[in-house]
Unconditional design. Structure first.
Ligand code: HEM
Ligand code: CA
Ligand code: CA
Length: 304
């Protein structure tokens, strides 16, 4: 990560940031849910073997088992093709210069800014992996949908995040949706419900949106907060009111380690934006390939 820099493409591709910005602007007008998808896509890339664009590889045919999308933890991940599309524009302007992993980071950064969040300055210079991980490794690397405060603090401490930054990065759940398949155990397994701050009315609403059983649980979904296309601090306000959708969303306001920051961000959006920005840089700089490690892929979904 020390080899990333804030002016990496100044000579080799000065138009890069404006290309990504204008493509994202167009996309989010036609699909307001795209920013959420891109932000989650970045997390799921970085969580598995670092931010190396491994999640974008489509190795179909004989090697399906090597595509990260085969992991059920990647259920609902969308907009991988958006990065490939931006990459093809970037290739015509600056051939063989820009990695898919940097484009993914820039796209997620624009997604946050376009949704009303902070404009985050991100260091660049990542390279793409040429050896995709197997599905077992993907499964083991991504957190389960019902992870609690302990697990999350450990996960993000590994990336050098403070408790405050960890609470802030979970604020990504100010955007987007959760499919009912990820809420079955939370809503219907009494053993996993202990210690949650759940508003009973909200729990009923969730149960109506997500009835018991596998039927349609992969089609039906609930919004992560009531302003799910706006990057704001509503997620923290909702969580404090017992309206957190996932286990972690409702546990953070209860745990003595995380509660002070949930409270702080619920009343101070600027403090949330600041902590989110530094957490985002840590998330997106973890275990990256730099220098002559890895490759610059020509197409994001295929090995060179
Ligand atoms: C480690 C703790 C985390 C857990 C357990 C978790 C879990 C989940 C789950 C289960 C969903 C719903 C997916 C679906 O059903 O479609 C989701 C959605 C989402 N997550 Fe997380 N997440 C975590 C951290 C993060 C981080 C660090 C980010 C980004 C920086 C993030 C960004 C998102 C976004 C934006 C969505 C909405 C996606 C969409 O609408 O397409 N999450 N998360
Ligand atoms: Ca990766
Ligand atoms: Ca929101």
């Amino acid at each position: 990560a020390g080899l990333l820099s804030y002016n990496f493409y100044d000579q080799s591709c000065p138009q890069l940031e404006s290309i990504v910005r204008s493509e994202l602007r167009t996309l989010s007008l036609t699909d307001p849910t795209a920013p959420a998808a891109l932000l989650r896509l970045l997390f799921h890339d970085c969580q598995v073997q670092g931010c190396d664009a491994s999640i974008l590889l489509d190795l179909n045919g004989v090697t399906t088992q090597y595509s990260e999308m085969a992991s059920s933890k990647n259920f609902g991940v969308r907009k991988r093709e958006t990065i490939s599309l931006i990459k093809s524009t970037v290739e015509t302007m600056c051939p063989q210069q820009v990695s898919c992993s940097d484009i993914l980071v820039l796209a997620a950064r624009e997604a946050v800014a376009l949704s009303g969040g902070p404009r985050i300055d991100v260091p660049l210079g990542r390279r793409d992996s040429s050896n995709p991980p197997n599905v077992g490794f993907v499964d083991a690397s991504l957190p389960p949908a019902d992870i609690g405060v302990d697990g999350v603090l450990k996960l993000f401490a590994k990336k050098g995040m403070t408790v405050e930054e960890t609470v802030a990065i979970l604020g990504a759940h100010t955007l987007g949706v959760t499919h009912c398949s990820n809420l079955q155990s939370r809503l219907y397994n009494p053993a996993t419900k202990q210690g949650y701050a759940v508003n009973p009315g909200f729990e009923n609403t969730l149960k109506i949106s997500c009835p018991l059983g596998p039927l349609a649980s992969k089609i039906r979904f609930v919004e992560n907060d009531v302003t799910s296309v706006l990057f704001d601090n509503r997620y923290y306000i909702s969580s404090m009111n017992g309206r957190g959708v996932l286990r972690i969303d409702s546990e953070m306001p209860l745990d003595f380690r995380t509660r002070p920051f949930v409270e702080k961000f619920a009343i101070n959006q600027e403090a949330f934006f600041q902590a989110f920005s530094s957490a985002f840089v840590k998330l997106s700089s973890f275990e990256v390939l730099t220098g002559n490690q890895g490759v610059i892929r020509t197409r994001c979904n295929a090995l060179n």
